[in-house]
Write a protein that binds this ligand. Structure first.
Ligand SMILES: Nc1ncnc2c1ncn2[C@@H]1O[C@H](COP(=O)(O)OP(=O)(O)O)[C@@H](O)[C@H]1O
Ligand SMILES: O=P(O)(O)OC[C@H](O)CO
Length: 497
């Protein structure tokens, strides 16, 4: 094999990146563009699908130019993406009929309420592993068909296609030749049966979605067509939703491995093995990256909607900081907080509460509280929300968590990582490679393309730092009890409204 590089397309909520790895898994080049967020109404979040494609193409071309690496030396491309975000486009022209409705958008909460009232909750949990929530693609797709003029007729006539961002990019980069997705992305639509690995007719009919719109679902490490660049065809050999890709990059194809990605949201995933376990504690069951010899592995996931986004809120809306990284120094420079909690339910609460109506709150303000304390409480909220999810995971899996692997932008924050370890009372293990999501996608592609074996990829991850718990158990219990009280009060206020 003389091809020397693997490319990852990492299409996230806030940015679009192309990264080139060498065969040791080292980064040779990165190009990145910020993605414009559109907020047409309260609770709505949209992206422009054309911007997503153009940015991905531009970062791809830029990284090749900047590194001087020739496209003939690229063995394969892996794609990883923000999950659930929904695009519908015209089959003939490839033109989207509406903006992409982003995972954080909760405009469809009333559709979800109706589905729940119709008694579909248990069916959804048992067949898709999910809870009925506006987070997943199914109701977003229904909303587009119901609200865009002429969409329903065109869909019924087989003239529209649906996809999550991976499908959209595959379609565009292969000039409309392929309409594919992979198991991880399909499992986030609320339309896919994760036991039988097929689209679910009952849910398609409940949401009035024609099957002809849906992509073919493939193994995450398999052939998804080619990207042509300067007359060279580069095969796309890996596709996975970003959280599952991160778990894979962290070595999570083995049962029992858990990771938390601290990005816009926080996503805690535990590889729970080959058997479908339905959560009794507010988590969801979803599919791990699939390999030809490992088609079905189930993950228990806790999806927290607002993680690093709350630090951006401190910077952009509250203007309490100039840069997100300042929070580490600020937190280290003031004493431990006493009973001050920020509950960042800015988009409702995800796991384990699933409360679409909850709103953000701050509890425990006294006269001595200033902006630094608010900053610290906001940063700590990422760790408290993580603990809520880990507690649920321990209940569901029946096993205590002994080790947490971490990644994502906010995992760079040493104060947060130490506080997380203290609160969970387990070591928190941060890898040297911060682009672990992209690396996971590259690994999936590299496996299929014959660049790496399973043994090779096990040796790529290296530890940067392990944070060990230092907090005494009394303080830990006091702090967490205060958090649970703040959550209870938040939810009581909203119930009363
Ligand atoms: N040093 C830091 N301390 C706290 N939060 C941070 C820090 N660096 C980045 N973040 C947060 O991490 C998020 C970006 O992480 P990233 O993994 O790139 O997110 P995404 O993939 O969701 O776009 C932002 O929300 C930002 O506020
Ligand atoms: O783009 P990220 O990294 O914020 O991830 C978003 C998740 O995939 C949503 O489920």
């Amino acid at each position: 094999m003389n091809k020397k590089y693997i490319i990852a397309f990492d299409q996230g909520t806030t940015s679009t990146r192309t990264i080139i790895f060498d065969t040791q898994g080292n980064i040779q080049g990165i190009s990145q563009k910020e993605l414009t967020q559109h907020y047409p109404e309260a609770g709505w979040v949209e992206h422009d699908p054309n911007q997503i494609y153009q940015d991905q193409k531009e970062t791809f071309e830029t990284v090749l130019k900047e590194t001087g690496i020739h496209s003939k030396d690229i063995a394969t491309i892996g794609i990883t993406n923000q999950r659930e975000t929904t695009v519908v486009w015209d089959k003939e022209t490839g033109i989207p009929i509406y903006n992409a409705i982003v995972w954080l958008d909760n405009r469809t909460k009333d559709i979800c309420k109706t589905l729940k009232n119709d008694g579909l909750g248990t069916y959804v949990r048992e067949h898709t592993g999910l809870v009925i929530d506006a987070y997943f693609s199914g109701t977003k797709l229904k909303w587009i068909l119901d609200h865009v003029k002429g969409a329903r007729e065109k869909a019924d006539a087989g003239k529209l296609l649906f996809g999550t961002i991976d499908s959209w990019l595959i379609y565009k980069f292969t000039n409309g030749k392929h309409h594919y997705t992979d198991h991880t992305n399909a499992s986030r639509t609320m339309l896919y049966n994760i036991k039988d690995l097929k689209w679910d007719d009952t849910l398609l009919s409940a949401l009035d979605i024609p099957k002809s719109m849906l992509p073919e679902v493939k193994t995450s490490s398999s052939s998804f067509g080619h990207v042509q660049y300067k007359n060279i065809d580069i095969p796309i050999c890996g596709v996975a939703g970003d959280q599952q890709a991160a778990l894979f990059g962290q070595g999570g194809s083995a049962e029992g491995i858990a990771k938390n990605t601290y990005g816009t949201g926080c996503f805690i995933l535990l590889n729970n093995g080959k058997d479908f376990v339905s959560s009794k504690n507010g988590l969801i069951t979803t599919l791990a990256c699939s390999l030809p010899d490992q088609p079905k592995n189930y993950i228990l996931e806790g999806s927290i909607f607002i993680g690093g986004a709350s630090i951006q809120w401190l910077r952009d809306k509250m203007q309490l900081i100039n840069q997100v990284k300042e929070t580490e120094h600020i937190c280290n420079s003031i004493p431990p907080l006493k009973d001050l909690y920020v509950v960042p339910a800015f988009a409702g609460l995800g796991a384990p509460y699933w409360d679409a109506n909850a709103k953000g709150t701050i509890y425990g303000i006294t006269l001595d509280i200033g902006k630094n304390e608010i900053i610290k409480a906001t940063l700590e909220s990422l760790a408290y929300q993580t603990k809520d999810v880990i507690n649920a995971m321990e209940e569901d899996s029946g096993k205590p968590l002994t080790w947490l692997k971490v990644d994502g932008g906010a995992s760079a924050n040493n104060y947060l990582m130490q506080f997380q370890s203290d609160l969970l009372n387990v070591p928190v293990d941060r890898p040297k490679m911060i682009e672990i999501t992209a690396l996971g996608a590259a690994m999936l592609a590299g496996l299929k393309a014959g660049i790496w074996t399973k043994q090779d990829i096990e040796t790529i991850r290296e530890v940067d730092r392990i944070f060990s718990p230092k907090m005494d158990s009394k303080t830990r219990t006091q702090k967490y009890t205060g958090w649970l009280d703040a959550i209870k009060r938040t939810r009581t206020i909203n119930d009363a409204q």
